[in-house]
Design a protein around this ligand. Structure first.
Ligand code: ADP
Ligand code: ADP
Length: 239
């Protein structure tokens, strides 16, 4: 099942610059890409190659300048702001480099927020949060505030927050960028496990060690896809 289909998508942040200086000012240049359900794909490439731009466009946070982008058969460019908002709540989860938790809410309330907005039944919600907290090993921290927890703990809470509405796909931009290697592996093992259970993952990193967790690696250069490498099964490095 195809989740995302991008056909010749382009992104130009500054059209004036483009007119003056030409093609080099495409942040994305004719990218064609499909993402299947249950994929774990890593977007790699040097700084400025377009990784974040591609993730932002594929995840509907930013608009493409031209080309065709379909998400579960919906034409993303044709969707209004409100439709996109609704769509994101229903199907998409986001994890960023910074955990982005709300400082004056407990971890529990942080995790609960998207589900409350989606009018989830409170009893079911509590069950779901307990389950997620258990999976992410933050059960004892649910009543704490972000400033009382470590970076790794906050990032795991941020993953719970991203998962609370049971998204089809998790978009991750340098999700371990602020973590030490022990916490990075912990987070990546969690993402791998989620992927094995069926969640699709699209992750941006410049770190080859992190990419070794993915099934497929896509290398960007100057806004274009340079190569795609599929990892052999069972070649997962064991840390
Ligand atoms: P990466 O994530 O690989 O570092 P980015 O997607 O951030 O690359 O950037 C790709 C190109 O687009 C770079 O040349 C960058 O300077 C430019 N760019 C990114 N975001 C913006 C923006 N909001 N406005 C203008 N140019 C941008
Ligand atoms: P990353 O580490 O993910 O590549 P960057 O440091 O390139 O991120 O960019 C951080 C933020 O600044 C992003 O939100 C990006 O959209 C924005 N940005 C990047 N390059 C530019 C630019 N040339 N002009 C304006 N905004 C930019």
């Amino acid at each position: 099942n195809i989740l995302i289909e991008a056909n010749n998508i382009n992104k130009v942040y500054d059209p004036d610059l483009y007119l003056k200086r030409g093609k080099n000012f495409y942040a994305l240049n004719n990218v064609t890409f499909t993402l299947e359900e249950a994929d774990f794909t890593c977007i790699m490439g040097p700084s400025g190659s377009g990784k974040s731009t591609l993730l932002n466009c594929l995840s509907t946070l930013d608009r493409i300048s031209s080309g065709e982008l379909r998400f579960m058969e919906n034409d993303v460019s044709a969707m209004s702001k409100d439709q996109l908002c609704e769509f994101r709540y229903q199907y998409l989860g986001f994890v960023f480099q910074n955990h982005n938790l709300i400082p004056y809410l407990s971890l529990f309330d942080n995790i609960a927020t998207p589900a409350i907005l989606a009018k989830e039944d409170p009893k079911k919600l509590e069950e779901r949060i307990k389950q997620l907290a258990n999976d992410l090993e933050i059960t004892d921290l649910l009543n704490k505030f972000p400033h009382e927890c470590s970076g790794g703990e906050c990032q795991r809470a941020a993953i719970a927050h991203a998962l609370i509405n049971d998204p089809k796909i998790l978009f991750c931009d340098e999700p371990t960028g602020n973590l030490d290697s022990k916490n990075s592996h912990k987070v990546l093992n969690i993402l791998s496990k989620l992927n094995q259970q069926g969640t699709t993952i699209l992750l941006v990193t410049h770190d080859a060690m992190i990419a070794s967790y993915a099934k497929k690696m896509m290398y960007l250069y100057d806004g274009g896809i340079q190569s795609v490498v599929y990892k052999k099964q069972d070649s997962q490095l064991d840390f």
